[in-house]
Write a protein that binds this ligand. Structure first.
Ligand SMILES: Cc1ncc(COP(=O)(O)O)c(C=O)c1O
Length: 330
C-alpha cells in the first residue's frame, strides 16, 4: 500500500507557528529543534463531520510527551484547538481529514542540541489533509523487522516523539519484502507493534475467543488501541494485554492492526503464513463497524458547520469554493 497524491490537497493551507501559509510556501526554520534533532512531539488526528475523535485524549498525550521532554511554554489546549479550527476553516474542511499536529521545542538561537538554546517557545504545526484510511480494508500483509522497539530506559514509548528512524528502517524492510508493514519486537523478543500501528490477535481458547494485544511497554499508549479494547469489552469479548510471541500470532484465528491513520485493518499474511481463513475475520469486521460508528457519533466539535456550508464546503467531486485564503504571488 503506497499512498498517492490527492488532488484535493494541492492547495492546502497549513499553520506553522501561528502563520497560515500555502503548502508550497510553508517553512520551518533551519534553527527549529525538529530540524536540528527531531526534537518534537506529534499527534495524528481524524476529523469526522466537524468533530475530532478523542481529541481530549490526543491533547493529553501531546502534553504528557512535551512535559517529559521538558518543553517550555506549551500552548494551552484551548490555544491548540483554536489553531486547528482556524486552519480547518481556511481549508473549508469538515470531514474525511487527517491532521498531523506537531509541537517542536522551537527555534534555537544557534545550532546545537542543548535545550537552553531554545529561547522562543515551541513551534506548533497544523497540517490537515484530505485522507481516507490508508490501509486496504480487505487485508494487509506483514513481515517481521530486524529492528527492535527500544525499552523505556532507552527511549520511552510513552513519549510520542518525532524520532521515527526505527519505524522508517522497519518500513524499508517491509517495502523490500513486498509487504505492507513490518512487525517490531521489543528488546526481549516479544511483540511490540508494527512500524505504524498497534497489533491485535484473536486466540481460539476452549473457553471462547480472547482478543490479545501487547502491553504498552514498547509501543505508544494508542488512542485507537484503547478505543478498540473498550469496544471489545463492551461487546462481551474477553480481552487480554500481555507479552506475546510471533508463534501465537501465526496461529491466531484473526489478526488486525489499529491506528488513527488507518482505523482497523485486517492482516491476512505474516512472514508468509496465512492468518486464519486468509481474509478479514468476523470479529475484525464487527469491531471495525463499532469503531466507525463511535468515530461518526462522538468527538470534539472543531468546525463551524453552518459557516462551512454557507462558505462552500468540500463538494462531492472534491473541489472547493469560498476559501478565505488566496495564494500569494511569487
Ligand atoms: C508508533 C506508533 N504506533 C501506533 C500508533 C497508533 O496510535 P493511535 O491509535 O493513537 O493513532 C501511532 C500513532 O501515532 C504510532 O506513532
Amino acid at each position: 500500500m503506497l499512498q498517492q497524491f490527492d488532488e484535493r490537497n494541492r492547495d492546502l493551507i497549513v499553520s506553522v507557528g501561528g502563520k497560515l501559509t500555502h503548502r508550497d510556501e510553508a517553512g520551518v526554520s533551519p534553527f527549529d529543534s525538529a530540524v536540528q534533532g527531531g526534537d518534537a512531539v506529534w499527534e495524528g488526528l481524524r476529523l469526522h463531520h466537524g468533530r475530532i475523535f478523542r481529541l481530549t485524549e490526543h491533547l493529553a498525550r501531546l502534553r504528557r510527551s512535551a512535559r517529559a521532554l521538558a518543553f517550555a511554554s506549551v500552548p494551552s489546549d484551548e490555544e491548540i484547538v483554536a489553531e486547528i479550527s482556524r486552519t480547518l476553516a481556511a481549508n473549508g474542511m469538515t470531514d474525511g481529514v487527517h491532521i498531523r499536529l506537531t509541537l517542536t521545542r522551537g527555534v534555537k538561537i544557534t545550532s546545537g542540541m542543548d535545550p537552553r538554546l531554545n529561547q522562543a517557545g515551541p513551534t506548533l504545526i497544523v497540517l490537515p489533509e484530505f485522507k481516507a484510511p490508508v490501509y486496504d480494508a480487505t487485508g494487509i500483509t506483514l513481515i517481521t523487522s530486524s529492528v527492535r522497539r527500544p525499552p523505556p530506559d532507552s527511549l520511552d514509548p510513552k513519549i510520542h516523539h518525532n524520532n521515527l528512524l526505527p519505524s522508517i528502517l522497519a518500513k524499508i524492510e517491509a517495502n523490500v519484502a513486498g509487504a505492507d508493514d513490518a512487525i517490531m519486537l521489543d528488546h526481549r523478543g516479544f511483540l511490540a507493534e508494527t512500524n505504524a500501528t498497534h497489533i491485535f490477535f484473536l486466540t481460539g481458547q476452549a473457553s471462547g475467543p480472547v482478543l490479545c494485544t501487547p502491553t504498552a511497554s514498547a509501543c505508544p499508549e494508542g488512542i485507537t488501541r484503547d478505543a478498540v479494547l473498550d469496544l471489545a469489552a463492551k461487546a462481551g469479548l474477553d480481552c487480554a494485554v500481555g507479552d506475546y510471541s510471533l508463534t501465537q500470532l501465526y496461529n491466531a484465528g484473526e489478526v488486525f492492526v489499529t491506528g488513527t491513520m488507518g482505523g482497523i485493518a485486517p492482516v491476512t499474511k505474516i512472514d508468509g503464513r496465512v492468518i486464519g481463513a486468509g481474509a478479514a475475520g468476523p470479529v475484525t469486521g464487527r469491531l471495525t463497524a463499532l469503531l466507525a460508528d463511535l468515530a461518526a457519533t462522538t468527538g470534539t466539535l472543531v468546525c463551524d458547520l453552518g459557516a462551512a456550508a454557507a462558505g462552500g464546503d468540500v463538494t462531492a467531486s472534491g473541489s472547493r469554493e469560498g476559501r478565505e485564503y488566496v495564494r500569494p504571488l511569487p
